[in-house]
Design a binder for this molecule. Structure first.
Ligand code: SF4
Ligand code: SF4
Length: 85
């Protein structure tokens, strides 16, 4: 989910970029046991589990799944991407 657009300018002439701050759900593979308890709780069917959980781009960051993982193997993580303007 897009949460912020931050105008930025690099040294090269004529370049304007956008730093896009985005949040996503990440599976901590060292903690996930593949129990699949998180799979049915996701309203977007964004989680699959074959050995360990994976979250796809249908995720809307509703955070419901974080409450259901008994091992705390799901976390919200902020990532930044850069795009050209
Ligand atoms: S509930 Fe937690 S431990 Fe179980 S599959 Fe999901 S992320 Fe992994
Ligand atoms: S945060 Fe919500 S939409 Fe995203 S994977 Fe978890 S339950 Fe599904």
């Amino acid at each position: 989910m897009l949460i912020a657009l931050i105008p930025s300018k690099r040294g090269d002439e004529g370049f304007f970029g956008l730093r896009i701050a985005q949040e996503m759900i990440e599976v901590i593979e060292g903690l996930c046991t593949g129990c699949a308890m998180c799979v049915p709780v996701c309203p977007e069917e964004a989680i699959s589990c074959f050995g360990f959980a994976q979250v796809n781009d249908r995720c809307t960051e509703c955070l419901i799944c974080l409450e259901f993982c008994p091992l705390g193997a799901l976390e919200k993580k902020k990532v930044q991407r850069e795009g050209h303007g």
